[in-house]
Structure formats: structure tokens, C-alpha cells
Design a protein around this ligand. Structure first.
Ligand code: B12
Length: 585
């Protein structure tokens, strides 16, 4: 399938990129970085300057991430994390906040929007109040850039003294429930990026690659290629400094180190943080501590071999159960500090040669991805000197097609995304193994019976989390159950429409963002409106913050979901009895 400009941009006209650039630059007269507690205390103009100073000293920095829903709890946590760690001789260099997805909507348009699990800051005063509690670098990433509220969120972060603002990666893949206007999101993002570019001090545009296309690419060189394309747009076309973050999906130690070395090779700025390998957290706290130690060993070693300024991020071991609490965040920070202290001699035992070799391949493949993409865009008639067109085209085309069209590996119709990966992403091998493990737990007699039934199941994800859906689809296909792709970040009304047009035997929903109950209620109502009755199977994180409550942690809603008629699936194999129980016509 060839791409066509008219299909990518059906609009007769797109907003004027130059006009948005002027708007962003003129806003800088009123919105400049204010020197908050961190900048005053450290004596640098920006976090990038601080990072360079720490790198020169050989100090490895630490990042803590917190995601409470309540403002007062968040303010207290900010202070407690910093001060309790300090008392134990541990310095937390930066704190990132998991903001709520409703923060992506402008303040005036936020009321009544479906809320997720994160914090909502009402305006610049709250951004400032939160970050004034302790002299640690404030990092605002989630749901800032990339959404319709990008401008006002960036203004607020600048006035709270934040000099690393993101998260560009989310622009490409995250969707807000009920929001279909990608022109508004792109206009706001581009204006905010120019506001950042026009600052008197260096403000890093942060992009978490794992939030972007890294979670779906099958080739590590495509991930680096995407980073190079972002660098072209942000640094060359817009003139703002860009810093990358990666880590959630980088499980294989050699690959993790190789990607670090590859990124060092192509970056001119210090990195923000290297994210914890959160997908490896699949067990108890004790088991997750092994995963924490495993990736920290690589990240600390990486900083010794090739310092990049990325702070290491020890993710609390409760991450796979629920949003971690303050004590767990502090424990993880202290654990990391001890590992950093003990890690400097370990590097002598490490031979980086295999990772260096892989890094060379990743960089070469990444450069090829970038040049294929730019040439491909020119051939299609996309103006590659226009950042608006570049951003919107990447977002609309999406990771899977981009990799199939422009990946560095040879074309192979039999593999995922149609190309043999140059450096295979470990994530896909892990998903294969996971699917095989779940398949092996299903009784062969049930497998045979399901294959005979020739069922069709509509499979969708309510949010960006796609791996549960991918694993489920693999298992369904092996069982002879035909999968109808319901997409990711699919709103309940759109899913119901799809159900009406495709008439599946069942709908399988994978959900993670703490909205399980609201979603099933909406889906039930939409299906009832269309006068259709289709069984709903649901799995993922089946929790939700109680409506009207200000508690910070979501609660389990499996009982309520059951009352609404949904079939609860804690594991993939739980779908089997439900599918076998479907009435045969
Ligand atoms: C990978 C990951 C991401 C990736 C997703 C990449 C992608 N494209 O898929 C990235 C980094 C992008 C991400 C983003 C976010 N994430 Co996240 N993420 C995770 C993580 C680490 C793993 C989830 C996963 O994919 N697991 C792999 C699957 C295969 O395994 P599983 O979950 O155990 O699923 C099994 C079963 O449940 C079953 N299953 C799943 N669905 C279904 C459906 C049916 C019908 C059936 C039968 C079975 C089934 O299949 C699996 C095998 O049996 C978890 C933490 C963790 N370690 O679990 C957090 C987590 C899910 N994320 C979380 C959050 C909050 C977010 C963000 C909102 C953060 C933010 N503020 O930006 C955003 C989402 C934004 C958005 N727009 O939606 C929270 C959810 C909190 C909650 N509800 O309590 C978690 C739990 C982390 C945490 N503790 O805070 N995330």
C-alpha cells in the first residue's frame, strides 16, 4: 500500500506553521523560565547546565516519579521524598509527575472529562506550589506537550522553573478519550515548542521514546530512527533543544546498553532520565527487586562507560500492582543510591564490545530509517521543511506503517510489520513467549472445540496499553478464533459502532488506565442504544478511582464489572470458558 498525501491530509488546508512559530515566539515576552527553588539552590540557569556539571563530576543522578491524584498529597510527597532521602544521604536530583490525561484538555474545556489515575493541576499557581517544596528539578512530562492544552501547560511549567518539558513521544501515540481533533493538538504543540525554543535559557524538550513508537516497533534501529526524525523536527526545524528518555521496554541487558551507546552517539544534549524497565515487573515485590537490580546495574554501568546525563529511575517494586506510595518510592531511591555506590568498580568487569557492535548497527539502521522516511515523505508530497506537516503525518501514519514503509531491515511479508528487523526488539520475543505460555495452559480439548466453532471476536484497548491486546490476539489466532481489530485508545461509542458493523460473537476489551467501570457502563449503554447484545470480556487493570473521591489510589472494580454483565479475565485463558459458553446458533 502506497501512502498518498490526499489520504494523510484530506483537509483542503492546514494551519500555517510560520504563524504558529511567530505566536510561540511572541508569547515568550510574557512567559519566561522563572527561577524556582531548584534553580536558585543549584545555581544553574537550567537543568541541562546542572546535568553537565554533575556529569563533569562523575556523579550519577537519580529520578523519582510520582503519580498521586490528590494535590495536597502530591505536595507532601514532593517534600517527603526529597527530605527523607536526604536524611539517608540520598540525593534525588529530579522528580517527575504523572499528570492525569484530562490535563491534556485546556482548563476551560476540562470539566466533565473522563479522569484517569493522575494529578490535575488547576493552573500556574499549583505548578509552582507543588515544586516549591524541595530543591529538586521539576520534570513535567505526561500530558503536557502533544495535546490541546500544550500551550497553557508549558506556560505554567516554565513559570514553575521547570526546564525539561515533555512529553513529545506521547504526541505520536496517546489519544485523549473523546478527543478527535488532532489539528488542535498539533497547533498547540507546535506553538508550545516555539515558546520553548524562544526561551533565554536552555529548556529541554523531553521525549520518552517508549511512550512514542518504541512500544510497537519490531526493530531497535527504527526506535533510534524515530529519535533522529524527532531531532530533525525539534532541533533543525524548530530550533529547540531535545532530550530523549527510554527504558520501559528495554529488558535485554545487551540491547539496553547498546541503545544507550547508540543514543549517546547521536545526541548533543544531556538526556532527561532512563526509565525503569517496568515491563519486567511481573512478580512479587521480592521478584521485582531482582528486575530493579538488573536494569539499574546496566544503567549505572552505562553512565560509567559513556556518561549521558540521564538520571537513573528506580521504579518502586509495587508498580505492577498499583500506583506506588511514598514509602515505596523512597525505598527504591535508597536502593538505587546503594547500587550506585557499589557500582563504580563493577564496570571493570564489563566488556562493552558486544553492546558497542550492536550500537553501531542500531545507529546505521536508524540513519537509514530517517533518510528512507524523509525521502518517502518527499515522494508523497509532504513538505519535510514544515514541522506541522512532519508532526501530523507521523502521528496519522502511525508506528506500524512507518516501520513497514521505512524500516532499515529487508522486506519480508511473513514477519511483523513486513520487515525483518536489523536488531530485533526484545519486547516482541517476550510477547511471543508470554502468548505461548498462556496457550500451553489451555486444555487441548477446549482448543479443539474452539477451533471448530469459528468464532469472531472484536478486540480493542481502551487506552495506549497495547501489549495485553497483542498477546490476546496471538492466542486467539492460535486457537482459530478470528480477530477483528478494534484498535487502541478506542472510545466506547466507536467500539459499539464497530460491533454493530462487524457483528462479532464477543467483544474483548483490554484496559489499564483506571477507567474500567466507566468504560463498561458506556459500552453497555452504547450497545443498548443500538439494540444489540454482545458479551463483553474484559482484562488488564480492572480498577478505578471512586467518583467524587479524592483518594489517590484506584480501587478494584471487578465485582461491579461482573454486576454490569462483563466477564472478568485476569489471564488470557480465562476467556476460553466464556467463549465456549457462547450460545451456538
Ligand atoms: C508497558 C506499560 C506502559 C507503556 C504502554 C506501551 C504500549 N503501547 O502498550 C507506556 C509506557 C506507553 C505506558 C503509558 C502509561 N501508563 Co502504563 N504501564 C505499563 C506496564 C509497565 C505494563 C503493562 C503491560 O503492557 N503489561 C503486559 C501485559 C501483556 O501483561 P498484563 O498486563 O499482566 O496482562 C495480562 C492479563 O491481564 C491479560 N489481559 C490483558 N488484557 C486483557 C483483556 C482480555 C479480554 C483478556 C482475556 C485478557 C487480558 O493478558 C496478559 C497475560 O495474561 C504497567 C505496569 C506493570 N508492570 O504491569 C503500567 C501501568 C498499566 N500503566 C499505568 C499508567 C498510569 C500509565 C499512564 C497513564 C502514565 C502516564 N501518566 O502517562 C500512561 C497511559 C496513557 C494513555 N494515554 O493511555 C498504570 C495503571 C494504573 C492503574 N490503573 O492502577 C500501571 C499499572 C503502572 C502504575 N503502577 O502506575 N504504560
Amino acid at each position: 500500500m502506497e501512502l498518498q498525501r490526499a489520504k494523510i491530509f484530506p483537509e483542503p488546508e492546514l494551519p500555517d506553521a510560520r504563524g504558529l512559530a511567530l505566536k510561540g515566539h511572541s508569547m515568550a515576552r510574557d512567559w519566561q523560565v522563572k527561577s524556582g527553588f531548584f534553580l536558585k539552590e543549584c545555581g544553574h540557569e537550567s537543568e541541562a547546565g546542572y546535568k553537565r556539571a554533575m556529569m563533569a563530576k562523575g556523579r550519577i543522578m537519580q529520578h523519582a516519579h510520582m503519580g498521586f491524584r490528590d494535590f495536597a498529597t502530591s505536595c507532601r510527597a514532593w517534600i517527603e521524598i526529597f527530605e527523607t532521602c536526604c536524611k539517608q544521604g540520598v540525593h534525588v536530583d529530579r522528580i517527575g509527575i504523572a499528570l492525569d490525561w484530562s490535563m491534556g484538555f485546556p482548563r476551560a474545556n476540562r470539566k466533565g472529562r473522563m479522569r484517569g489515575t493522575g494529578l490535575v493541576l488547576s493552573g500556574p499557581e499549583e505548578f509552582l506550589a507543588l515544586t516549591q517544596g524541595a530543591p529538586t528539578a521539576p520534570h513535567f512530562g505526561d500530558f503536557m506537550l502533544g495535546f490541546p492544552a500544550a500551550v497553557e501547560n508549558t506556560q505554567a511549567a516554565l513559570s514553575a522553573g521547570s526546564t525539561s518539558i515533555g512529553n513529545l513521544g506521547q504526541y505520536f501515540t496517546f489519544r485523549l478519550p473523546g478527543d478527535k481533533d488532532d489539528i488542535a493538538a498539533t497547533s498547540a504543540t507546535l506553538t508550545a515548542l516555539h515558546l520553548i525554543a524562544a526561551q533565554d535559557v536552555e529548556v529541554l524538550v523531553h521525549s520518552n521514546l517508549d511512550d512514542g513508537f518504541a512500544a510497537v516497533f519490531s526493530d531497535m534501529s527504527s526506535v533510534l530512527g524515530a529519535a533522529l526524525v524527532e531531532k530533525y523536527i525539534i532541533e533543525e526545524l524548530i530550533g529547540a533543544p531535545l532530550a530523549h528518555c527510554y527504558g520501559h521496554h528495554f529488558t535485554d541487558p545487551v540491547c539496553r546498553l547498546a541503545f544507550h551507546l547508540a543514543l549517546c552517539d547521536v545526541s548533543s544534549r544531556p538526556g532527561t532520565m532512563v526509565y525503569g524497565n517496568t515491563v519486567s515487573y511481573r512478580g512479587t515485590h521480592a521478584q521485582n527487586y531482582a528486575s530493579l537490580a538488573n536494569y539499574l546495574t546496566i544503567d549505572i554501568t552505562a553512565q560509567h562507560i559513556s556518561p549521558s546525563g540521564h538520571a537513573v529511575n528506580p521504579v518502586p517494586v509495587s508498580e505492577n500492582e498499583r500506583i506506588p506510595d511514598v514509602a515505596e518510592i523512597i525505598d527504591a531511591q535508597c536502593f538505587a543510591a546503594r547500587m550506585i555506590g557499589q557500582g563504580s568498580d563493577l564496570v571493570q568487569l564489563v566488556d562493552p564490545a558486544p553492546a558497542q557492535l550492536l550500537a553501531t548497527q542500531i545507529v546505521a539502521g536508524g540513519e537509514r530509517f530517517k533518510s528512507n522516511l524523509l525521502q518517502g515523505f518527499i515522494n508523497v508530497g509532504i513538505d519535510t521543511s514544515n514541522p506541522f506537516e512532519m508532526l501530523l503525518a507521523l502521528r496519522r501514519i502511525g508506528g506500524k506503517t512507518l516501520e513497514r514503509m521505512y524500516g532499515a531491515g529487508p522486506v519480508d511479508p511473513d514477519v511483523l510489520h513486513g520487515r525483518k528487523p536489523l536488531v530485533a526488539s526484545p519486547l516482541l520475543a517476550e510477547l511471543d513467549a508470554l502468548s505461548a505460555e498462556h496457550l500451553s495452559k489451555i486444555d487441548p480439548a477446549d482448543c479443539a472445540e474452539l477451533a471448530e466453532r469459528k468464532l469472531h471476536v472484536l478486540v480493542a484497548a481502551t487506552d495506549v496499553h497495547e501489549h495485553g491486546k497483542m498477546a490476546l490476539e496471538q492466542v486467539f489466532k492460535s486457537l482459530g478464533v478470528a480477530v477483528i481489530d478494534g484498535g487502541v485508545s478506542t472510545d466506547a461509542d466507536a467500539l459499539a459502532q464497530l460491533a454493530v458493523s462487524t457483528n462479532p460473537d464477543a467483544i474483548a476489551v483490554s484496559t489499564y488506565n483506571g477507567i474500567a467501570l466507566t468504560y463498561v457502563r458506556q459500552l453497555n449503554a452504547e450497545l443498548a442504544n443500538q439494540a444489540v447484545k454482545i458479551p463483553i470480556l474484559i482484562g488488564g487493570r480492572l480498577n478505578q478511582i471512586p467518583e467524587g473521591s479524592n483518594t489517590s489510589l484506584p480501587v478494584d472494580v471487578t465485582g461491579k464489572l461482573r454486576e454490569k454483565g462483563a466477564v472478568i479475565c485476569n489471564e488470557i485463558e480465562d476467556a476460553v470458558p466464556a467463549l465456549l459458553a457462547l450460545r451456538q446458533d
